[in-house]
Design a protein around this ligand. Structure first.
Ligand SMILES: [Zn+2]
Length: 418
């Protein structure tokens, strides 16, 4: 054979084996971010579909369960949702949810035509006195546009924010946001919607037509998905990641590729790696639900644990693992210096990641409730690369999984140090 051709074949094989983990992870990522998962939220049972997907994966790799015949730990939450088509037209022009505007997650409903009442930093005091002299009826049939982008004064901004909350019990509110749109899940709802929008969309507009209907769900049953690999010793290392995301806003789907299909892809890859081994310690894989609704799945777990929390040697929580161009950050690194040094040492020796940044406590993911109870825990997230976050652009097709393989190896090496 022509030696050049041989080299090409060898190279092709090498690149396949080098990226084996990443390739499998991309498949998981695509599955979890597909349209039929509906953003893994509370519209069209997206969260249930995602939990079932993880359950099937656990079953396939033969993880043990704590409860008979199920990996699911059910619990109940509240959430505000937008399951129906939304329609906003401004001076007759239809604008698109998720792209041209974003509903505040606590938005209520509004249907019909509304006259726009513009409030900026110049007119705000006049507007407030109009409110307090109970000429409020003048505003009937109005939607209030709060344009706080016209000021940088902290006190004025505070007044704008208070107005936003108060007025949304009485009128539809437009809130000018010329920066990035960021969505979340709300456990409460106001009477009327708060619509975040670019000021350019409202230029020369004097009226809007709205069809916005929220559905507040008081009692949703969602789940943690928990499986186990038995070790030689009766102590446990937990690998955790949340699988839920924001769901849908009208027809807009929030795929949540980086946040946190990427973490689940890593959790499942590690579960598969350990599933045919007997590690030193038990490894428990916890895919938490309802993180976006207020870190609720992990909170429920620590309040209803399957085994004594004293048995936990360490928790490694994974949330947002899709890039890594600028390395990773370790939350609680400051609290657990010994383990942080160990992690950094392995990384240096093997040239895995460009940087491991240390950070202190933060209540920003599922490690938090464990930490609060004195259980040692890290929360690891990747840095650099694309900036899509809590928006419609956090898609699997554009998530590079840049350092996925290196991080996979680093985590396996780290677990082995216990
Ligand atoms: Zn997250």
């Amino acid at each position: 054979m022509n030696p050049f051709k041989l080299i090409l074949i060898v190279l092709a094989f090498l690149s396949v084996s080098i990226h084996a983990q990443r390739d499998e992870a991309s498949e998981i990522l695509n599955d979890l971010c597909a349209d039929d998962m509906y953003g893994r939220g509370y519209v069209k049972f997206g969260h249930i579909k995602a939990a079932k997907y993880i359950q099937e994966y656990y079953k396939k790799i033969n993880l043990k369960s704590f409860k008979k015949n199920t990996y699911l730990q059910p619990f109940n939450i509240k959430a505000n949702t937008f399951p129906n088509d939304l329609e906003i037209s401004i001076n007759g022009k239809v604008v698109i949810e998720g792209e041209d505007y974003m509903l505040d997650p606590a938005s209520g409903s509004a249907n019909g035509d509304f006259k726009l009442e513009i409030v900026d930093s110049k007119s705000i005091s006049n507007f407030i006195s109009k409110l307090s002299y109970s000429k409020i009826t003048n505003l009937k049939g109005s939607a209030i546009v709060l344009n706080s982008s016209t000021t940088s004064n902290v006190d004025t901004l505070k007044i704008f924010n208070d107005l936003k909350i108060g007025l949304s019990q009485l009128y539809p509110v437009f809130w000018i946001n010329n920066d990035k749109f960021t969505w979340s899940v709300s456990k409460e709802a106001s009477e009327f919607p708060i619509i975040e929008i670019r000021d350019s969309m409202l230029q020369n507009a004097d009226s809007v037509s709205l069809k916005i209907n929220n559905l507040f769900l008081n009692d949703i049953t969602t789940h943690n998905v928990i499986g186990k690999v038995n070790g030689k010793k009766n102590k446990t290392i937990i690998i955790s990641a949340h699988y839920d995301h924001l769901g849908m806003m009208g027809e807009a789907i929030f795929p949540g590729a980086n946040d946190n299909a990427s973490g689940i892809a890593m959790l499942l890859s590690l579960a598969k790696y350990y599933s045919n081994k007997t590690p030193k310690y038990n490894l428990v894989f916890m895919a938490f639900g309802a993180e976006e609704a207020g870190i609720l799945g992990s909170k429920y777990y620590v309040e209803h644990p399957y085994f004594n929390l004293d048995e936990i040697k360490f928790v490694v929580n994974l949330d947002i693992l899709g890039t890594g161009d600028e390395g990773i950050t370790v939350v609680n690194g400051v609290q657990h210096k010994k383990q942080f040094k160990e992690l950094s040492k392995i990384n240096k020796e093997n040239n895995y990641l460009s940087k491991i940044k240390i950070r202190g406590r933060a209540a920003n993911s599922d490690h938090y409730w464990f930490s609060q109870l004195g259980v040692p825990a890290f929360f690891i997230y990747t840095m650099g690369g694309i900036k899509a976050y809590h928006d419609v652009y956090d898609r699997s097709s554009t998530l590079p999984l840049t350092e996925f393989d290196d991080l996979y190896q680093l985590l396996i090496d780290f677990v082995a140090t216990f």
